[in-house]
Design a protein around this ligand. Sequence first.
Ligand SMILES: [Zn+2]
Ligand SMILES: [Zn+2]
Length: 220
Amino acid sequence: MFVQACNAFSENTVLLPDGEGGVVVFDPGFSTPQEWEWFDAVLAEHSLQPRAVWLTHAHLDHVMGCHGMHKRYGLRPRLHSLDRPTYEMAHWAAERYGVALDPLPECGNQDFVDGEHLVIGQVELTVRHTPGHAPGHVVFVDDRNARVIGGDVLFQGSIGRTDLPGGDPDQLAKSIENAIYTLPDHYTVVPGHGPATTVGVEKAGNPFVNAAGTGMLQRT
Ligand SMILES: [Zn+2]
Ligand SMILES: [Zn+2]
């Protein structure tokens, strides 16, 4: 797995090789020539061909590279249907934040559903719907490697913001409790921003949502 912080929002773009020469690109945030160069270097060094673009959710910072992924490789992003409106809003968000966003391609037509089992090459992932930060947010659980590609739900010592359109603090707390804290403690969480953490560490000490129920979000 390769992770690169991209764009003005330091969004983690995640590359997951499929073990058969392909690579799945999660949340492509590439926005500068340097970020594309990093991507090209990883592909060249490991002889990888992009096979799919999968989104945890469609906030601006997670879709900035979708134009390039479509233009270069003909790949359309896949997401949860409830985040299609978020995807449509990305241009509005770009204007509001004053950042450039190339025209987004249409999404693929096979949306993720909760509980879906994804198989690509030797990679197997399970989709879990985790609303609260964005209505169609999903996380991808990789049981074989004890990790979760987690997007903007749970961060090291923090959580995703809930003040954006479609955000909901109660939903977010439930998503973390039901979809992430139910995983084994040793599972690594690869978040959409910042360093990786583990389920056990956050469950024990996350100030917003934790197993003791004393988190700031749990008390509201
Ligand atoms: Zn987000
Ligand atoms: Zn983000």
